[in-house]
Design a binder for this molecule. Structure first.
Ligand SMILES: [Zn+2]
Length: 71
């Protein structure tokens, strides 16, 4: 089983930032490897998350590329 949790605090709530607008974010939860968006929808719809997307933990200061959560 991949961890799919924050390596620092074990939280499974994350968010990503729009590269063009740091205040435009999409929050999501990782459930069995699936991205479940939560919270308010970002301007223009949910932001796309791919392997290289910088992903931020909702609870602590951890952030890294999304693929780190899958390893
Ligand atoms: Zn964390």
């Amino acid at each position: 089983m991949p961890t799919e949790k924050c390596p620092d605090c074990g939280c499974c709530h994350f968010y990503v930032k729009d590269p063009d607008d740091q205040y435009n974010i999409s929050e999501f939860e990782l459930v069995e490897g699936e991205i479940i968006y939560s919270g308010e929808e970002a301007e223009g719809g949910h932001l796309k998350v791919d392997e290289e997307t910088e992903t931020f933990c909702d609870k602590c200061a951890w952030h890294d590329q999304f693929k780190v959560l899958k390893s």
